[in-house]
Each structure stands twice: as structure tokens, then as C-alpha cells.
Write a protein of this length. Sequence first.
Length: 154
Amino acid sequence: MFKKILFCTDFSENSHYAFTYALHLARTYRSKLLILHVTPDTVFPEQLSIYLTNEKIEEFWASQKEAIDQDIKTNYIQKMEGFDHYQIFLKEGEPFLEIIRTAREESADLVVMGTHGRTGLDHIFFGSTAERVVRKSPCPVMTIRLPGREFVMP
């Protein structure tokens, strides 16, 4: 049913929890697990490049990549317990666009991602990457919330 499952992470607690679902589905359906992390453009604004040399900027990105690689190993690869049918993607850009682009390019059958469940002003100001992915994705999207954060009827 699912040949390729795209798991998206921002290394939050929500993402770590969603990973258990993605890995379980990949094992159950013998799917390839695509692990994607997108570094937002806003991490390093262009205005700062005026004050930094190209060498310093390259050093910054190299250290970021090392930290991301370590996070992926610690939080995901070490927990796979022998599951080796996976591929890692590290991208930079607008997270929801890169998730959709990767889902299309890799012909993903399912996207699995955590959601923070923001509401009110947080949702208005920050939006929801998960909501945008659900609306624009070329394939089904499974969003996972942390347990204990149930909706309370007004």
C-alpha cells in the first residue's frame, strides 16, 4: 500500500513522537522511509551576510549540518533497530514547500509529521506547516499530536 513514506522532522518532541508511527508503518508495509529535515531560510537572514565573510557563513552552515546529522542519528537511526530501508534528505527553504516538493519528486505515498496544535494568535502569526502540507500535498498526510493534548469542547 505505501511504497514510500516521507517523515518530516523539525526535531521537536512532536516530531519524535510522530517518528514512531512512521517507522511502524514503514516496517508493516515494507516501505522505504524518507526522512526529511528542512532548515528554514529565516535561520540565517541575508542581512547578516553583509557583516560576515563567505568563510564564516560556510563555517556556520557546516556546523549546522553536523548538528543536524547528529540529531538524525541520535533521534531516529539509532532507534530503527535493524531497519535499513531509508534515505535522508536535508534541505533549506520554506518548510511546507520543501515537504511538498520532496513528496512529489520522490513519489511519496504518505507524509507523516508531527503537529504542534497551535491555536489563537500563535496560529495566526506563525501559521501551521502541517496545515499547509495537508492542503497542498500530492498524497495523504498523517499528522500526529502528542498524547495528553486533547481538544476540550467549549
